[in-house]
Design a protein. Structure first.
Length: 204
């Protein structure tokens, strides 16, 4: 308790999920405790500060009790009117956007030393095939198993040092979140095509 005295919204919610499996009453109490810090506008704060804690610095920074609409019994974090405007995508209770977003257009590529794309997976993550990727990196055709090119072997340099064989190097090329979210919501195949064209432009 001395190391972790405050109540955090995120942690309490996950703690309640775990506790509910063997003590539903205790789990409900954990969630009710969060509402001690609820503001008049309905906001549940990120943190409720523990009274008597030596961590008085946080309470001094936020000074929630000096703000209108704040709870009177506990000190909490609060919004400081940063006036930062960002677009937001709200998911429904059915998590439809979450399910769609997990299929955003990731792909696995293998780029040859000649700069050409030798392998492109289906959109991921469900279109990924680790078996196909492993086969290609091992020098085999992922469909037929036929050996491609020369076997991957270590080499010895003129001074006797061993140069380890490297099957490939990993690089991550991700679409911007705005593109990912747009694709998840609309399912527009043109957005996936734009992503592929951008990747090809980078690797070429």
């Amino acid at each position: 308790m001395r190391l972790y005295p405050h109540q955090w919204l995120w942690d309490s919610c996950f703690t309640a999920i775990g506790i509910a499996r063997f003590d539903p009453t205790r789990a409900a109490d954990e969630l009710r405790a969060l509402f001690r810090g609820q503001w008049e506008n309905g906001m549940l704060p990120h943190m409720i500060f523990a009274e008597g804690s030596r961590d008085v610095g946080s309470r001094r920074v936020w000074r929630s009790r000096t703000r209108s609409g704040a709870p009177r019994d506990v000190a909490t974090t609060c919004i400081l009117r940063l006036a930062v405007k960002i677009p937001a995508l709200l998911d429904g209770i059915d998590n439809g956007i979450e399910r769609a977003y997990t299929g955003w257009p990731d792909r696995l590529y293998i780029i040859g030393t000649d700069g050409r794309i030798h392998y492109k997976s289906a959109p991921g993550p469900f279109g990924f095939s680790t078996e196909a990727l492993e086969a290609l990196l091992s020098g085999r055709d992922p469909t037929t198993g036929t050996t491609l090119g020369y076997p991957l072997r270590d080499r010895t340099s003129s001074n006797g040092s061993v140069i380890r064989a490297v099957a490939g190097f990993d690089a991550t090329l991700s679409a911007p979140k705005s593109l990912s979210a747009s694709w998840a919501v609309t399912g527009d195949g043109g957005l996936v095509e734009c992503h592929d064209i951008a990747v090809a432009a980078v690797v070429e």
